[in-house]
Design a protein around this ligand. Structure first.
Ligand code: DX5
Ligand code: ZN
Length: 217
């Protein structure tokens, strides 16, 4: 299992110091929101570029923005290692996924809770990662929607057939209490915001998550 702590729940007045507390994770999840695709605004490429020199963590950039084709280049220049776009946010997901891959970065496709798994089937060969949203995108600290885990299983089954090397990521409402259930759905990349940054010792929480996943003895 790979853990991708979401910076959305970190202390925005000291982002670089917050990153240091989660360096035992495998990735860093960066939620970009434009106030149009989702009813919230977070941060953009400038902030990501500012963080880049402070860590070697894989930058897992989650774009919750309309027509992401306008901005993917900027996020890649800012230091993204992987860029995930929403299926619902663009007319041509295939073209955007190809652009990300052509830049040598990992291409991800996200689906919101109401989007069925079958909707993204044709794009799976172009994905290095599929992100199943386990809450409505826009805010941290929500509760996981149980039906989304059924969909995660469906996506994993489709990936096993079409693109077995691809990662399956889940994002929203995941913590120590429901991690096992999420992993049992076939998820291997877990985003956690509140569950990691909302605890006094993020590193201990990350270690506990690895223990639950069976990664530590
Ligand atoms: C929600 C974001 C999530 C969010 C997760 O739109 O995509 O990454 O930060 O936060 P928690 O883990 O608190 O649900
Ligand atoms: Zn996210």
């Amino acid at each position: 299992m790979k853990i991708s702590p979401s910076m959305l729940s970190a202390d925005f007045s000291r982002l670089a110091a917050s990153v240091k507390t989660v360096e035992s994770a495998e990735m860093l999840h960066l939620d970009v929101m434009d106030g149009a695709f989702v009813p919230n605004i977070s941060f953009g490429p400038v902030v990501i570029a500012a963080l880049r020199p402070h860590t070697d963590l894989f930058f897992d950039v989650h774009l919750m923005i309309d027509r992401p084709e306008r901005y993917v280049d900027r996020f890649i220049k800012a230091g993204a290692d992987g860029v995930t776009i929403h299926f619902e946010s663009t007319k041509d997901p295939a073209a955007v996924l190809r652009t990300i891959r052509a830049a040598g970065k990992k291409a991800g496709l996200a689906i919101s809770p109401r989007t069925p798994a079958a909707a993204i089937k044709e794009f799976l060969p172009l994905c290095d990662l599929v992100l199943v949203m386990t809450v409505e995108p826009g805010f941290g600290g929500q509760s996981l929607i149980p039906e989304t885990l059924i969909k995660a299983k469906e996506v994993r089954a489709m990936l096993d057939e079409i693109n077995p090397a691809a990662d399956l990521e889940a994002d929203g409402g995941i913590g120590l209490k429901n991690l096992r259930e999420v992993l049992d759905a076939g998820v291997n990349v877990v985003v956690a915001g509140t569950a990691v940054f909302g605890t006094p010792d993020p590193a201990a929480t990350i270690a506990e998550m690895h223990r639950i996943a069976g990664d530590l003895t």
